[in-house]
Design a protein. Structure first.
Length: 385
């Protein structure tokens, strides 16, 4: 009888760490991407300690996540990164029977994710967002009238962008975004990997360069909030951060964000389990917890981004759900598109053309007024946070 009691206690210890066995889950994600209280509540409920490691660019991710090493149990990755690492066998196929909340996932969002993960075998969507135009409402009104910015015409037609050059324009230091948008604007398939199409997109961006103050993927948030720039091609979450910072500062700057009516790229951050994950049971527990509708809603509030759980909408604050910059209308959602990642040869072409744009060593920069652009060199940093 005594021996049986010892066995029962040992089994119980595996069921909950408070009874004798520490359990841990290691996650690699963007900074401040999960509400800290959510992680505390997860630990309180399950007894599983969360070790949260961060990266702030694709290059930083590659330095930390090394396929074959048992460092992380859950990784939060973009669509192109997911696609690239699936090809080298870095992730486990998900056992969906261990994810009870998978039934609440948004079918249309998961269909977009299938561009990177055919059949949705390796990942579930965590958050998604768009690339669009963030702008100072008053400055835009002074230059365009009451209509504001609705179309990519405001950005890609030099005669329109010129109007904003005196108050500051920033483009993302992200060729994957900028080339895709430029190709779509020119009527070229944004999925094209043809060198001549990438070159045409580069030429279109070069014609805009005299009116661009900076190429930056992070500092533009504060620049918008402070009124140092008035227009930026940027990401949803960054635009919402800029708006909130300006409101907190009560500095009179009002920021709006729009995914233009011609359509815009959709970016996705997704949860996957590395093949060598040391704590697989705990990894499933964390992912399933994050897929709870009420938890997904809390994380959307914390990040100012749309989540991939359709059933979370009833838990979302009205200010988030009714904000078309975060949750576009059904028609606008249909206009968003995802583009597969580049193969190595295409990426070399993209990097070469992007360096040419930023170097200023091109001989055919558009003539005309506007400030000289701030020099920017080096490989682009693919950061979205």
């Amino acid at each position: 009888m005594r021996r049986a009691a010892i066995i029962i206690c040992a089994i119980a210890a595996f069921a909950h760490p408070a009874l004798g066995l520490d359990r841990t889950v290691n996650i690699l994600s963007w900074p401040d991407y999960i509400d800290a209280n959510v992680l505390q509540d997860f630990t309180r409920e399950t007894g599983i300690k969360v070790v949260y490691d961060t990266y702030d660019s694709e290059e930083a991710f590659d330095a930390k996540f090394i396929p074959g090493k048992a460092d992380y149990d859950v990784v939060d990755v973009s669509g192109p990164l997911l696609q690239r690492l699936i090809k080298v066998g870095a992730y486990q196929r998900l056992d969906k029977s261990k994810l009870s909340n998978i039934k609440g996932l948004w079918p249309e969002i998961m269909a977009r994710l299938a561009v990177y993960d055919p059949g949705n075998q390796y990942a579930v969507n965590y958050m998604w967002f768009t690339t669009g135009v963030a702008y100072n409402v008053e400055k835009a009104k002074q230059r365009l009238g009451d209509k504001g910015i609705l179309s990519w015409d405001a950005v890609f037609k030099p005669e329109n962008l010129r109007k904003f050059s005196d108050c500051g324009v920033n483009f993302l230091d992200s060729p994957e975004d900028m080339f895709v948008i430029a190709m779509k604007f020119m009527g070229v398939n944004p999925e094209s990997k043809r060198p001549e199409d990438i070159h045409r997109a580069a030429e279109a961006l070069i014609r805009l360069k005299p009116f661009i103050k900076s190429f930056n993927s992070s500092e533009y948030v504060n620049a918008l909030a402070n009124g140092d720039i008035c227009l930026a091609v940027g990401w949803t979450g960054d635009a919402m951060q800029a708006r909130n910072r300006a409101m907190d500062a009560s500095n009179g700057v009002n920021i709006n964000f729009v995914a233009p009516r011609e359509g815009a790229p959709m970016s996705m951050d997704n949860l996957a389990i590395p093949k060598e994950a040391p704590h697989v049971v705990e990894a499933y527990a964390l992912i399933d917890y994050l897929l709870r509708p009420e938890v997904a809603a809390r994380n959307s509030k914390a990040s100012n981004l749309a989540n991939g759980v359709a059933t979370s909408k009833s838990f979302l604050d009205k200010a988030i759900l009714d904000n078309p910059s975060i949750y576009p209308s059904d028609d606008a959602l249909r206009g968003l598109y995802v583009v597969p990642g580049n193969d190595p040869a295409t990426q070399k072409t993209v990097d070469r053309e992007w360096a040419r744009i930023k170097s200023g060593n091109n001989g055919n920069i558009a003539k005309g007024g506007g400030p000289r652009p701030v020099p920017s060199t080096g490989k682009p940093v693919k950061s979205r946070r």
